[in-house]
Design a protein around this ligand. Structure first.
Ligand code: CAO
Length: 436
């Protein structure tokens, strides 16, 4: 046994690199080529292996340190036994172990620029030893058999690597394993919430007085659904405006002539969107969960976001395309009332094809609504404003409605979105478009 100071090996570059992970702890026994630390440069993540076997006596670097070739790394009590020890293999038998044939060669840093799922020939297929002291990786994570690129991706995604089933050589966790794990988590109830829970715990009381309120089941479910949509849908927001001056005159006249439920702007919006969904069927579709098929719906059910004191609810107006504006207004009134009294049933909230989120009664202009998965688009409606419009001869005051269309770019192209939004704008501007 002899104490040796292990230095940072040749890293193949002139610049300093940052220590992002320390995968050993004082007292750990390491074999030749076991990873000691992981460093990151602008170009790559690199595992630095031990050149000898032995027991870690001291660690000379910390996470976040900037280090160079030749800097002290660890103090190692080199043992003959440990020096000849076969690197540890999780979930493998001893005769399956793959090791560096030339244990006496100078260790090289193991570089992985993108996907390091396939191990380098001389890379030790070892899991880092237990007892990691890194702030970024938990001790149990460190015992998982995965390369630095996968570890980095797991950190970015907030995934606990110990929960991921490795399908690579000797049970190594690959990027595909990580993606499959995330996909599976997202497809189960609570998956997105689970990811959110990996965020660091912050004690806000250290900055001032606080109080707490537990999220209701409804708000938790909404949060999970919104988080899943946010994470999984590549959404684009398209802005359009509609001149609703004539529509508002017509609506007011209509309300003077009818009794009972008042016809609101939202009822007209539902009517016009129902027509747009029939003309542009991709907006009335859903992507299959494996992303290989588009499911077109031959019915038109439109969800309306309702603000309640218990949180956001989205009841669904069925067969909106078959209903007149007055009947739609009655449906909206009834569903909004049920939502506020918490009397909506599961059936009331299922089967939507497209959602309208109207904030116009409250205020606001353009905003970025989050798509209500498995739908592929949502229309956000702000408050109309009187604006000066040039009619060719003079400016005249017009009621202009801001429309924000978020759409899933995997399903809908930008040009389709522009046509869809333009149609809605034109139809709101002149209801005769519905007849064409
Ligand atoms: N511009 C100008 N005025 C508008 C308007 C708009 N875009 N939208 C509604 N108004 C008017 C209505 O016409 C009505 O005026 P009148 O009394 O003169 O007719 C008044 O504002 C109140 O409308 P309302 O909001 O009560 O009714 P609605 O049918 O337009 O909306 C509902 C019903 C249920 C959608 C609405 O009450 C609601 O809950 N909105 C919030 C939705 C929400 O929270 N979205 C965010 C989801 S993401 O967090």
């Amino acid at each position: 046994m002899s104490n040796e100071l292990i230095l940072v090996p040749e890293l193949g570059g002139n610049d300093a690199v940052d220590v992002i992970e320390i995968v050993v702890a004082v007292g750990d026994t390491v074999a030749i080529e076991d990873t000691l630390i992981v460093v990151e440069s602008e170009k790559a993540t690199v595992e630095i292996p031990s050149p000898k076997g032995g027991t870690i006596k001291a660690i000379k670097v910390a996470v976040g340190d900037s280090i160079n070739t030749g800097d002290p790394l660890v103090e190692l009590d080199v043992s003959e036994d440990a020096a000849s020890e076969v690197p540890k293999q999780p979930s493998s038998t001893k005769d399956e172990v793959i090791r560096n044939e030339d244990a006496t060669t100078k260790p090289e840093a193991h570089q992985s620029k993108s996907d390091d799922a396939t191990p380098h020939k001389s890379t030790p297929l070892t899991a880092p030893l237990s007892g990691a002291t890194s702030q970024l990786t938990t001790a149990s994570d460190a015992a998982v058999y995965a390369g630095p690129a996968v570890r980095r991706l797991a950190r970015e995604m907030g995934v606990d690597l110990t929960q991921v089933m490795g399908t690579g050589v000797k049970g190594r966790v690959t990027k595909d394993d990580l993606k499959a794990h995330v996909k599976q988590r997202l497809s189960t109830a609570g998956g997105a919430g689970g990811l959110a829970m990996n965020l660091p715990v912050i004690d806000f009381s250290q900055f001032g007085e606080i109080s707490e309120e537990a999220l209701t089941g409804l708000r938790r479910t909404a949060a999970e659904n919104l988080h899943r949509s946010w994470l999984t849908i590549p959404a684009v927001m398209h802005q359009e405006e509609a001149d609703i001056t004539e529509l508002e005159v017509f609506r007011r006249q209509t309300n003077q002539q009818i009794s009972g439920t008042k016809v609101t702007l939202l009822a007209f919006l539902v009517k016009v969107v129902a027509s747009a969904l029939q003309r542009y069927p991709r907006f009335n579709s859903s992507l299959s969960s494996d992303g290989s098929t588009l499911v077109f719906k031959h019915y038109v059910n439109i969800g309306i976001a309702v603000d309640t004191e218990h949180g956001l609810m989205v009841p669904v107006i069925r067969d909106a395309d078959k209903k007149g504006v007055h009947e739609l207004a009655q449906d909206i009134e009834q569903l909004a009332e049920k939502a506020r009294l918490r009397k909506l049933t599961m059936t009331d909230m299922q089967g939507g094809c497209f959602t309208i989120s109207s904030l116009g009664g409250i205020g606001g202009g353009y905003f970025s609504p989050i798509i209500n998965w498995p739908e592929v688009a949502i229309l956000g409606v702000g408050r109309s404003k009187k604006q000066p419009y040039w009619n060719g001869e003079t400016f005249e005051p017009r009621d202009v409605l801001p429309l924000s269309l978020s759409y899933d770019h995997r399903v809908v192209d930008g040009a389709d979105a522009a046509r869809f939004a333009k149609y809605i704008s034109e139809a709101l501007g002149d209801l005769r478009h519905l007849l064409l």
